[in-house]
Design a protein around this ligand. Structure first.
Ligand code: NAD
Ligand code: GLY
Length: 386
Protein backbone atom coordinates (compact mmCIF):
# COMPACT_ATOMS: atom_id res chain seq x y z
CA UNK A 1 0.00 0.00 0.00
CA UNK A 2 1.23 3.53 -0.83
CA UNK A 3 2.15 5.09 2.53
CA UNK A 4 0.82 8.48 1.31
CA UNK A 5 -2.68 7.15 0.84
CA UNK A 6 -4.74 7.45 3.98
CA UNK A 7 -8.32 6.41 4.31
CA UNK A 8 -10.53 8.04 6.91
CA UNK A 9 -14.15 7.08 7.41
CA UNK A 10 -16.60 9.84 8.25
CA UNK A 11 -19.76 8.42 9.77
CA UNK A 12 -23.00 9.90 8.45
CA UNK A 13 -25.15 11.37 11.12
CA UNK A 14 -28.84 11.11 10.37
CA UNK A 15 -30.57 14.33 11.31
CA UNK A 16 -33.68 14.08 13.39
CA UNK A 17 -36.44 16.65 13.67
CA UNK A 18 -39.90 16.86 15.09
CA UNK A 19 -43.12 17.03 13.09
CA UNK A 20 -45.85 18.77 15.06
CA UNK A 21 -49.45 18.18 13.92
CA UNK A 22 -52.58 19.79 15.28
CA UNK A 23 -55.44 22.21 14.76
CA UNK A 24 -54.74 25.91 15.40
CA UNK A 25 -51.01 25.45 16.07
CA UNK A 26 -50.02 28.21 13.64
CA UNK A 27 -50.50 30.89 16.29
CA UNK A 28 -47.63 29.35 18.31
CA UNK A 29 -45.14 29.27 15.46
CA UNK A 30 -42.80 31.70 17.27
CA UNK A 31 -42.15 29.53 20.33
CA UNK A 32 -42.15 26.40 18.17
CA UNK A 33 -39.45 27.98 15.97
CA UNK A 34 -37.26 28.67 18.99
CA UNK A 35 -37.55 25.02 19.98
CA UNK A 36 -36.79 23.84 16.42
CA UNK A 37 -33.92 26.23 15.65
CA UNK A 38 -32.46 26.98 19.04
CA UNK A 39 -32.02 30.39 20.67
CA UNK A 40 -29.16 31.48 18.44
CA UNK A 41 -31.36 31.85 15.37
CA UNK A 42 -32.03 35.53 14.81
CA UNK A 43 -33.65 36.16 11.48
CA UNK A 44 -36.21 34.28 9.48
CA UNK A 45 -37.05 34.70 5.80
CA UNK A 46 -40.67 33.68 5.27
CA UNK A 47 -40.98 32.27 1.75
CA UNK A 48 -44.53 31.97 0.48
CA UNK A 49 -46.76 33.12 -2.36
CA UNK A 50 -49.27 35.98 -2.31
CA UNK A 51 -52.31 33.71 -1.93
CA UNK A 52 -50.99 31.73 1.03
CA UNK A 53 -49.34 34.72 2.66
CA UNK A 54 -52.64 36.63 2.55
CA UNK A 55 -54.29 33.71 4.33
CA UNK A 56 -51.74 32.90 7.03
CA UNK A 57 -48.82 35.30 6.75
CA UNK A 58 -49.97 37.82 9.33
CA UNK A 59 -50.44 35.19 12.07
CA UNK A 60 -47.05 33.61 11.35
CA UNK A 61 -45.22 36.92 11.11
CA UNK A 62 -46.76 38.28 14.33
CA UNK A 63 -45.98 35.14 16.29
CA UNK A 64 -42.35 35.07 15.10
CA UNK A 65 -41.87 38.74 15.98
CA UNK A 66 -43.43 38.19 19.39
CA UNK A 67 -40.83 35.48 20.00
CA UNK A 68 -38.04 37.90 19.15
CA UNK A 69 -37.23 36.97 15.54
CA UNK A 70 -36.46 39.60 12.92
CA UNK A 71 -38.62 38.59 9.95
CA UNK A 72 -38.35 39.24 6.23
CA UNK A 73 -40.82 38.20 3.55
CA UNK A 74 -40.08 36.81 0.11
CA UNK A 75 -43.05 35.97 -2.12
CA UNK A 76 -42.66 33.77 -5.19
CA UNK A 77 -45.08 33.13 -8.06
CA UNK A 78 -47.93 30.72 -7.47
CA UNK A 79 -47.73 27.47 -9.42
CA UNK A 80 -45.50 24.64 -10.56
CA UNK A 81 -44.04 26.71 -13.39
CA UNK A 82 -42.39 29.00 -10.82
CA UNK A 83 -40.48 26.12 -9.23
CA UNK A 84 -37.46 26.82 -11.38
CA UNK A 85 -33.89 28.07 -11.39
CA UNK A 86 -34.93 31.66 -12.01
CA UNK A 87 -37.05 31.76 -8.85
CA UNK A 88 -34.22 30.07 -6.97
CA UNK A 89 -31.84 32.78 -8.14
CA UNK A 90 -34.09 35.63 -7.00
CA UNK A 91 -34.53 33.87 -3.66
CA UNK A 92 -30.78 33.41 -3.18
CA UNK A 93 -30.26 37.05 -4.13
CA UNK A 94 -32.74 38.14 -1.43
CA UNK A 95 -30.89 36.04 1.15
CA UNK A 96 -27.57 37.63 0.20
CA UNK A 97 -28.92 41.18 -0.05
CA UNK A 98 -30.46 40.87 3.40
CA UNK A 99 -27.21 39.38 4.71
CA UNK A 100 -28.65 36.09 5.98
CA UNK A 101 -25.96 34.19 7.90
CA UNK A 102 -25.69 30.57 8.97
CA UNK A 103 -27.54 31.20 12.21
CA UNK A 104 -30.55 32.50 10.28
CA UNK A 105 -33.31 30.43 8.75
CA UNK A 106 -35.92 30.10 6.03
CA UNK A 107 -39.53 29.32 6.83
CA UNK A 108 -41.47 27.78 3.95
CA UNK A 109 -45.16 28.66 4.22
CA UNK A 110 -47.24 27.02 1.50
CA UNK A 111 -47.64 23.92 -0.60
CA UNK A 112 -45.02 21.67 -2.15
CA UNK A 113 -43.89 24.28 -4.68
CA UNK A 114 -42.93 26.75 -1.95
CA UNK A 115 -41.50 23.95 0.23
CA UNK A 116 -39.30 22.38 -2.46
CA UNK A 117 -37.98 25.75 -3.66
CA UNK A 118 -37.44 27.18 -0.18
CA UNK A 119 -35.79 23.96 0.97
CA UNK A 120 -33.36 24.04 -1.95
CA UNK A 121 -32.56 27.70 -1.26
CA UNK A 122 -31.91 26.84 2.41
CA UNK A 123 -29.59 24.00 1.41
CA UNK A 124 -27.55 26.13 -0.98
CA UNK A 125 -27.29 29.56 0.69
CA UNK A 126 -23.90 29.49 2.47
CA UNK A 127 -24.02 25.68 1.98
CA UNK A 128 -26.94 25.40 4.32
CA UNK A 129 -28.97 27.48 6.74
CA UNK A 130 -31.90 26.63 9.01
CA UNK A 131 -35.15 25.43 7.48
CA UNK A 132 -38.67 25.28 8.85
CA UNK A 133 -41.44 23.71 6.83
CA UNK A 134 -45.04 24.81 7.34
CA UNK A 135 -47.01 22.92 4.71
CA UNK A 136 -50.50 24.24 3.95
CA UNK A 137 -51.77 21.75 1.34
CA UNK A 138 -52.75 18.16 2.01
CA UNK A 139 -50.07 16.97 -0.41
CA UNK A 140 -47.31 18.94 1.25
CA UNK A 141 -48.44 17.81 4.73
CA UNK A 142 -48.33 14.09 4.02
CA UNK A 143 -45.50 14.03 1.53
CA UNK A 144 -43.31 16.88 0.35
CA UNK A 145 -42.55 18.59 3.69
CA UNK A 146 -41.32 15.33 5.18
CA UNK A 147 -38.14 13.58 4.10
CA UNK A 148 -35.88 16.37 2.93
CA UNK A 149 -36.17 16.21 -0.84
CA UNK A 150 -35.81 19.73 -2.20
CA UNK A 151 -35.37 21.03 -5.70
CA UNK A 152 -36.59 22.73 -8.83
CA UNK A 153 -37.70 21.74 -12.34
CA UNK A 154 -35.61 22.46 -15.43
CA UNK A 155 -36.58 22.58 -19.11
CA UNK A 156 -35.46 18.92 -19.23
CA UNK A 157 -37.87 17.69 -16.60
CA UNK A 158 -39.24 17.63 -13.06
CA UNK A 159 -37.06 18.07 -9.99
CA UNK A 160 -33.90 17.52 -11.99
CA UNK A 161 -31.85 19.88 -9.80
CA UNK A 162 -32.07 19.52 -6.05
CA UNK A 163 -30.67 18.20 -2.81
CA UNK A 164 -31.49 16.11 0.20
CA UNK A 165 -31.77 18.60 3.02
CA UNK A 166 -33.68 17.88 6.19
CA UNK A 167 -35.62 20.68 7.89
CA UNK A 168 -35.15 21.65 11.53
CA UNK A 169 -38.86 21.10 12.07
CA UNK A 170 -42.21 20.65 10.35
CA UNK A 171 -45.34 22.33 11.72
CA UNK A 172 -48.67 21.11 10.38
CA UNK A 173 -51.78 23.11 11.21
CA UNK A 174 -54.58 20.94 9.84
CA UNK A 175 -56.96 23.92 10.07
CA UNK A 176 -55.12 25.55 7.15
CA UNK A 177 -56.89 22.98 4.96
CA UNK A 178 -60.18 24.82 5.58
CA UNK A 179 -59.37 27.13 2.68
CA UNK A 180 -57.91 24.56 0.29
CA UNK A 181 -59.74 24.31 -3.08
CA UNK A 182 -61.35 20.97 -3.88
CA UNK A 183 -58.99 20.25 -6.76
CA UNK A 184 -55.99 20.56 -4.43
CA UNK A 185 -57.60 18.10 -2.03
CA UNK A 186 -58.05 15.60 -4.86
CA UNK A 187 -54.38 16.07 -5.73
CA UNK A 188 -53.34 15.48 -2.11
CA UNK A 189 -55.52 12.41 -1.79
CA UNK A 190 -53.87 10.93 -4.89
CA UNK A 191 -50.50 11.04 -3.07
CA UNK A 192 -52.22 9.55 -0.01
CA UNK A 193 -53.54 6.67 -2.17
CA UNK A 194 -50.03 6.21 -3.57
CA UNK A 195 -48.62 5.85 -0.05
CA UNK A 196 -51.47 3.55 0.94
CA UNK A 197 -50.92 1.36 -2.12
CA UNK A 198 -47.24 0.79 -1.37
CA UNK A 199 -47.56 0.63 2.40
CA UNK A 200 -50.01 -2.19 3.01
CA UNK A 201 -53.64 -2.94 3.72
CA UNK A 202 -54.12 -0.90 6.96
CA UNK A 203 -53.08 2.49 5.53
CA UNK A 204 -54.67 1.75 2.16
CA UNK A 205 -57.98 0.83 3.86
CA UNK A 206 -57.86 3.84 6.17
CA UNK A 207 -57.30 6.15 3.19
CA UNK A 208 -60.05 4.46 1.15
CA UNK A 209 -62.49 4.60 4.09
CA UNK A 210 -61.83 8.30 4.60
CA UNK A 211 -62.41 8.96 0.91
CA UNK A 212 -65.67 7.03 0.99
CA UNK A 213 -66.95 9.15 3.88
CA UNK A 214 -65.60 12.32 2.30
CA UNK A 215 -67.25 11.67 -1.08
CA UNK A 216 -64.93 14.06 -2.92
CA UNK A 217 -66.36 16.80 -0.71
CA UNK A 218 -65.01 20.19 0.16
CA UNK A 219 -63.31 21.07 3.44
CA UNK A 220 -64.22 24.72 2.85
CA UNK A 221 -67.67 23.61 4.02
CA UNK A 222 -67.31 24.27 7.78
CA UNK A 223 -69.79 21.57 8.81
CA UNK A 224 -68.01 18.94 6.72
CA UNK A 225 -64.66 20.04 8.12
CA UNK A 226 -65.82 19.82 11.74
CA UNK A 227 -67.30 16.39 11.09
CA UNK A 228 -64.15 14.98 9.55
CA UNK A 229 -61.33 16.96 11.21
CA UNK A 230 -60.37 14.27 13.74
CA UNK A 231 -60.33 11.48 11.17
CA UNK A 232 -58.41 13.65 8.76
CA UNK A 233 -55.80 14.48 11.40
CA UNK A 234 -55.43 10.80 12.21
CA UNK A 235 -55.06 9.93 8.51
CA UNK A 236 -52.43 12.65 8.02
CA UNK A 237 -50.53 11.36 11.08
CA UNK A 238 -50.52 7.76 9.77
CA UNK A 239 -49.52 8.85 6.29
CA UNK A 240 -46.58 10.83 7.68
CA UNK A 241 -45.52 7.96 9.97
CA UNK A 242 -45.36 5.64 6.97
CA UNK A 243 -43.30 8.08 4.95
CA UNK A 244 -40.99 8.83 7.88
CA UNK A 245 -40.31 5.11 8.35
CA UNK A 246 -39.28 4.68 4.71
CA UNK A 247 -37.12 7.83 4.74
CA UNK A 248 -35.41 6.82 7.98
CA UNK A 249 -34.17 3.60 6.38
CA UNK A 250 -32.99 5.13 3.13
CA UNK A 251 -32.67 8.89 3.61
CA UNK A 252 -30.83 9.69 0.39
CA UNK A 253 -32.52 7.09 -1.82
CA UNK A 254 -29.46 4.92 -2.25
CA UNK A 255 -28.91 3.78 -5.81
CA UNK A 256 -28.02 0.26 -4.74
CA UNK A 257 -31.13 -0.22 -2.59
CA UNK A 258 -33.85 -1.77 -4.71
CA UNK A 259 -35.68 -3.52 -1.89
CA UNK A 260 -39.41 -3.22 -1.28
CA UNK A 261 -38.66 -0.78 1.56
CA UNK A 262 -36.22 1.47 -0.31
CA UNK A 263 -37.12 5.14 -0.65
CA UNK A 264 -37.56 4.54 -4.38
CA UNK A 265 -40.96 2.96 -3.74
CA UNK A 266 -42.29 6.41 -2.84
CA UNK A 267 -41.93 7.16 -6.55
CA UNK A 268 -44.79 4.78 -7.34
CA UNK A 269 -46.85 6.43 -10.09
CA UNK A 270 -44.28 9.19 -10.57
CA UNK A 271 -42.57 8.17 -13.80
CA UNK A 272 -45.79 8.61 -15.75
CA UNK A 273 -46.86 11.58 -13.59
CA UNK A 274 -43.66 13.55 -14.25
CA UNK A 275 -43.90 12.83 -17.98
CA UNK A 276 -47.52 14.06 -18.02
CA UNK A 277 -46.63 17.23 -16.13
CA UNK A 278 -43.79 17.98 -18.53
CA UNK A 279 -45.92 17.25 -21.62
CA UNK A 280 -48.55 19.68 -20.34
CA UNK A 281 -45.89 22.32 -19.52
CA UNK A 282 -46.57 22.23 -15.76
CA UNK A 283 -49.67 24.34 -16.32
CA UNK A 284 -52.57 21.99 -16.89
CA UNK A 285 -52.38 19.31 -14.20
CA UNK A 286 -51.74 19.55 -10.47
CA UNK A 287 -48.83 17.33 -9.46
CA UNK A 288 -51.13 15.09 -7.40
CA UNK A 289 -53.60 14.77 -10.28
CA UNK A 290 -50.73 13.59 -12.47
CA UNK A 291 -49.87 11.09 -9.72
CA UNK A 292 -53.50 9.87 -9.86
CA UNK A 293 -52.98 8.99 -13.53
CA UNK A 294 -49.52 7.65 -12.65
CA UNK A 295 -51.01 5.20 -10.15
CA UNK A 296 -53.41 3.93 -12.82
CA UNK A 297 -50.59 3.64 -15.34
CA UNK A 298 -48.19 1.79 -13.03
CA UNK A 299 -51.01 -0.52 -11.92
CA UNK A 300 -52.02 -1.24 -15.52
CA UNK A 301 -48.38 -1.93 -16.42
CA UNK A 302 -48.12 -4.26 -13.41
CA UNK A 303 -51.18 -6.12 -14.72
CA UNK A 304 -49.77 -6.28 -18.25
CA UNK A 305 -46.66 -7.95 -16.76
CA UNK A 306 -48.94 -10.31 -14.79
CA UNK A 307 -47.66 -9.09 -11.45
CA UNK A 308 -51.02 -8.04 -9.97
CA UNK A 309 -54.54 -9.50 -10.14
CA UNK A 310 -57.45 -7.68 -11.80
CA UNK A 311 -59.42 -7.28 -8.51
CA UNK A 312 -56.63 -5.19 -7.02
CA UNK A 313 -56.32 -3.13 -10.21
CA UNK A 314 -60.06 -2.39 -10.05
CA UNK A 315 -59.85 -1.53 -6.35
CA UNK A 316 -56.99 0.91 -6.88
CA UNK A 317 -58.71 2.58 -9.82
CA UNK A 318 -61.94 2.89 -7.81
CA UNK A 319 -60.15 4.57 -4.91
CA UNK A 320 -58.41 7.02 -7.28
CA UNK A 321 -61.84 7.87 -8.76
CA UNK A 322 -63.15 8.39 -5.20
CA UNK A 323 -60.52 11.13 -4.71
CA UNK A 324 -62.27 13.31 -7.29
CA UNK A 325 -62.36 14.07 -10.99
CA UNK A 326 -59.04 14.20 -12.82
CA UNK A 327 -58.79 16.59 -15.80
CA UNK A 328 -58.97 14.82 -19.18
CA UNK A 329 -55.63 14.01 -20.83
CA UNK A 330 -56.76 12.94 -24.32
CA UNK A 331 -54.92 15.86 -25.94
CA UNK A 332 -51.53 14.90 -24.55
CA UNK A 333 -48.97 13.77 -27.12
CA UNK A 334 -48.12 10.12 -26.30
CA UNK A 335 -44.74 10.28 -28.03
CA UNK A 336 -43.73 13.11 -25.68
CA UNK A 337 -44.53 10.86 -22.74
CA UNK A 338 -42.34 8.06 -24.09
CA UNK A 339 -39.58 10.58 -24.72
CA UNK A 340 -39.78 11.92 -21.14
CA UNK A 341 -39.13 8.47 -19.70
CA UNK A 342 -35.61 8.85 -21.14
CA UNK A 343 -34.88 11.83 -18.88
CA UNK A 344 -36.57 10.49 -15.78
CA UNK A 345 -34.64 10.95 -12.55
CA UNK A 346 -35.25 7.34 -11.66
CA UNK A 347 -32.83 6.23 -14.37
CA UNK A 348 -29.84 4.30 -13.08
CA UNK A 349 -27.16 4.09 -15.75
CA UNK A 350 -28.98 3.18 -18.92
CA UNK A 351 -32.08 1.77 -17.34
CA UNK A 352 -35.16 3.36 -15.85
CA UNK A 353 -36.38 1.87 -12.60
CA UNK A 354 -40.15 1.44 -12.56
CA UNK A 355 -41.97 1.06 -9.27
CA UNK A 356 -44.70 -1.52 -9.87
CA UNK A 357 -47.03 -3.54 -7.64
CA UNK A 358 -47.33 -7.25 -7.00
CA UNK A 359 -50.44 -6.37 -5.02
CA UNK A 360 -51.53 -3.69 -2.57
CA UNK A 361 -48.66 -3.16 -0.12
CA UNK A 362 -46.27 -5.13 -2.31
CA UNK A 363 -44.16 -2.72 -4.34
CA UNK A 364 -41.41 -4.03 -6.58
CA UNK A 365 -38.69 -2.18 -8.48
CA UNK A 366 -38.25 -3.36 -12.05
CA UNK A 367 -35.62 -2.03 -14.47
CA UNK A 368 -37.08 -1.20 -17.88
CA UNK A 369 -34.56 -3.57 -19.46
CA UNK A 370 -36.81 -6.31 -18.06
CA UNK A 371 -40.00 -4.77 -19.48
CA UNK A 372 -40.84 -5.21 -23.18
CA UNK A 373 -41.26 -1.79 -24.84
CA UNK A 374 -44.51 -3.12 -26.33
CA UNK A 375 -45.93 -3.53 -22.78
CA UNK A 376 -45.21 0.15 -22.00
CA UNK A 377 -46.65 1.38 -25.32
CA UNK A 378 -49.82 -0.70 -25.09
CA UNK A 379 -50.36 0.36 -21.44
CA UNK A 380 -50.01 3.95 -22.59
CA UNK A 381 -52.76 3.40 -25.18
CA UNK A 382 -55.06 1.87 -22.55
CA UNK A 383 -54.65 4.84 -20.21
CA UNK A 384 -55.36 7.35 -22.97
CA UNK A 385 -58.49 5.43 -23.95
CA UNK A 386 -59.97 5.66 -20.43
P1 NAD B 1 -48.72 23.88 -4.72
O1 NAD B 1 -47.59 24.16 -3.83
O2 NAD B 1 -48.71 24.43 -6.08
O3 NAD B 1 -50.05 24.36 -3.97
C1 NAD B 1 -51.28 24.18 -4.62
C2 NAD B 1 -52.12 25.46 -4.64
O4 NAD B 1 -52.74 25.63 -3.37
C3 NAD B 1 -51.35 26.72 -4.90
O5 NAD B 1 -52.10 27.55 -5.75
C4 NAD B 1 -51.21 27.35 -3.52
O6 NAD B 1 -51.07 28.73 -3.59
C5 NAD B 1 -52.52 26.96 -2.89
N1 NAD B 1 -52.57 26.85 -1.44
C6 NAD B 1 -51.62 26.36 -0.63
N2 NAD B 1 -52.09 26.26 0.61
C7 NAD B 1 -53.36 26.72 0.60
C8 NAD B 1 -54.38 26.84 1.57
N3 NAD B 1 -54.21 26.39 2.82
N4 NAD B 1 -55.56 27.36 1.20
C9 NAD B 1 -55.76 27.75 -0.09
N5 NAD B 1 -54.87 27.62 -1.07
C10 NAD B 1 -53.67 27.11 -0.71
O7 NAD B 1 -48.95 22.30 -4.88
P2 NAD B 1 -48.75 21.06 -3.90
O8 NAD B 1 -49.68 20.03 -4.40
O9 NAD B 1 -48.81 21.44 -2.49
O10 NAD B 1 -47.24 20.61 -4.16
C11 NAD B 1 -46.85 20.11 -5.39
C12 NAD B 1 -45.34 20.15 -5.48
O11 NAD B 1 -44.78 19.31 -4.48
C13 NAD B 1 -44.79 19.68 -6.80
O12 NAD B 1 -43.81 20.56 -7.24
C14 NAD B 1 -44.17 18.34 -6.47
O13 NAD B 1 -43.11 18.01 -7.31
C15 NAD B 1 -43.72 18.57 -5.06
N6 NAD B 1 -43.53 17.35 -4.28
C16 NAD B 1 -42.36 17.23 -3.60
C17 NAD B 1 -42.15 16.13 -2.81
C18 NAD B 1 -40.89 16.02 -2.00
O14 NAD B 1 -40.64 14.96 -1.42
N7 NAD B 1 -40.13 17.08 -1.88
C19 NAD B 1 -43.12 15.13 -2.71
C20 NAD B 1 -44.30 15.28 -3.43
C21 NAD B 1 -44.50 16.41 -4.20
N1 GLY C 1 -41.97 11.97 -2.63
C1 GLY C 1 -40.96 10.97 -2.82
C2 GLY C 1 -39.93 11.00 -1.73
O1 GLY C 1 -40.00 11.79 -0.83
O2 GLY C 1 -39.03 10.22 -1.76
Amino acid sequence: MDSKIVSIKIPRVASSYAITIGGGVLGDVGSWSIRALGRRAGRILIISNRKVFDLFGAVVDASLKKSGFETHIHLIGDGERFKNLRTLETTLRTLSEKGFTRTDAILALGGGVVGDLAGFAASTHLRGIGLLQIPTTLLSMIDSSVGGKTGVNTPFGKNLVGSFYQPNGVLIDVDTLKSLPKRELTAGFCEAIKQGAISGRPLFRKTARFLEAFKAGDLRNAEKYDLLADELTSLIRDQISFKAKIVQNDESESIANVSARSRKILNFGHTFAHALEKATKYRYLKHGEAVGYGIMFATALSKKLELIVQNEVDLLNDVVRCAGILPAIDNVDQSEILDSFKHDKKRVGNSLHWVLLRGIGKPIIVPDTEIPQSAVSSTLKTIFQK
